[in-house]
Design a protein around this ligand. Structure first.
Ligand SMILES: NC(=O)c1ccc[n+]([C@@H]2O[C@H](COP(=O)([O-])OP(=O)(O)OC[C@H]3O[C@@H](n4cnc5c(N)ncnc54)[C@H](O)[C@@H]3O)[C@@H](O)[C@H]2O)c1
Length: 293
């Protein structure tokens, strides 16, 4: 198995994939960013450029470091471009079937000694690992959103993950300047096991008419000192991702307290997925976000 990571393949160039590519490029790793959609790859590269430029403007990053990071990141729609990476980080849509299909397609392409990681927010690392040819060299590396700003990485071993894989993943997280919290492999791990039921409860609070979007978010911002309200946060995470995580909690822990709120289901069915589709609990199409309820 590889003992040092130099080149990284990232599968899925959505909000997480572009953030992971951004921090890896800044830490001088060679990165191949892959997606099934060329349009999403183009969008991701533009986002990375914009976010790096903002870091230059605020004095966090020099122009030279920005240009070096951009040189390090190559977008490629062909999975074959991952043939010589040391580490694959899967950051595609939060759906077990999608992820399993990706692993089936990518394992014959990558080197046998490469490590595979998933950025899943909730799905069993043990189960995902078992769908590959290298359960010992499979691990959960769970970044937080937005990746360049958030300090935490949850590292999750599957039942078969070996210690050398864990050590390489820990070193990688350290090199990115992130802080690691180790979680056992239970549905939604730690952060989302605690955070998502709160968001789901906020949606029930809206659904039952206890308060408006604005009232609920103001209540939690000013009453619990949260930096943003739970509905604003849900839009930020993506309502499809929120729903998937609640379903994993509901199925995996078999407790009705995790039942996804019907209003969350309805928003996802409408394609109102939050910021990424410009509409969720707020409408982002104008100058300022407007609450939808
Ligand atoms: N959104 C968050 O706050 C957050 C935080 C931590 C972890 N995550 C996890 O990260 C992963 C990605 O979430 P996101 O918010 O970036 O989602 P997203 O919807 O922004 O992006 C998903 C991307 O995956 C791509 N994709 C789908 N199928 C693919 C395939 N077969 N091959 C290559 N690319 C494919 C899509 O085209 C899309 O660009 C999920 O597992 C999610 O649970 C999300």
């Amino acid at each position: 198995m590889v003992s040092e990571i130099k080149k990284i393949g990232i599968i899925g160039a959505g909000q997480m994939g572009n953030g992971i590519a951004h921090v890896c490029g800044l830490s001088n790793y060679d990165v191949i960013l892959n997606d099934i959609s060329q349009e999403n790859l183009d969008k991701a590269m533009a986002t990375i450029q914009g976010n790096l430029a903002r870091q230059v403007a605020s004095g966090k990053v020099s122009e030279e470091t920005k240009n070096n990071a951009l040189d390090k990141i190559k977008a490629n729609v062909a999975l074959e471009s991952l043939a010589d990476v040391d580490l694959v980080i899967e950051a595609a849509t939060e759906n077990e079937d999608v992820k399993r299909k990706i692993f089936a397609a990518v394992t014959p392409i990558i080197r046998p000694d490469a490590i595979i990681a998933s950025n899943t927010s909730s799905i069993s690392i043990t189960r995902l690992a078992a769908s590959t040819d290298r359960a010992e060299h499979f691990i959960g590396i769970h970044f937080m959103n937005p990746v360049p700003m958030m300090k935490l990485i949850e590292l999750v071993r599957g039942i078969a993950t070996d210690e050398s894989t864990f050590a390489v993943a820990k070193q990688f997280a350290d090199n990115l300047g992130k802080t690691v919290a180790v979680s056992e492999d239970f549905p939604a791990f730690m952060v989302n096991r605690i955070l998502l039921p709160m968001i789901n409860e906020a949606i029930y609070t809206l659904y039952e008419g206890v308060g408006t979007v604005e009232a609920i978010d103001t209540a939690l911002r000013l009453g619990a000192n949260h930096p943003m309200g739970p509905l604003q946060l849900a839009d930020f995470i993506g309502l499809d991702t929120c729903l998937s995580i609640m379903q994993v909690l509901y199925d995996g822990l078999a407790d009705t307290k995790y039942r996804p709120c019907p209003l969350l289901v309805k928003y996802v069915e409408a394609g109102w997925l939050g910021r990424k589709t410009q509409r969720g609990f707020y409408d982002y199409r104008g100058e300022t976000p407007i609450p939808t309820r």
